[in-house]
Design a protein around this ligand. Sequence first.
Ligand code: THU
Length: 130
Amino acid sequence: MTREELKAAAIAMLDRAYCPYSHFPVGAALECDDGTVFTGCNVENAAYPAGLCAERNAIFHAVAEGYTRFRRIVVAGRGTDYCVPCGICRQVMREFAPDLEIICLNGGGEEQSFTLSQLLPHSFGPEHLS
Ligand code: THU
């Protein structure tokens, strides 16, 4: 999938977001190292903390299907600001892909790209437990 196709896959997921409380849809498209793509959207809940972000939805879907090596992820929002991942999602990305590229989109489809180490410097990971 090209970069533009991956961006389109994340944008398409905005329509699947279940966000009746925040009214803030987020879509994500995760590319594995073999090119396989998993998508996700945010799924909220009346018991607010039970909700899940779009990025973790995509990552957990990939892991459940046996994929744990990731190249890049697109995070799409509809706001004027670039939709950057929350802290918990950054830590989940760190577990599997310390060199992940994170492509953040605003509502106009413009992008700003980061490395995970830019968004989560001096991070804690699996190797610290050994
Ligand atoms: N949200 C995401 O899906 N990803 C992020 O990284 C930022 C926040 C969702 C969670 C919640 O459903 C809504 O956006 C407002 O916080």
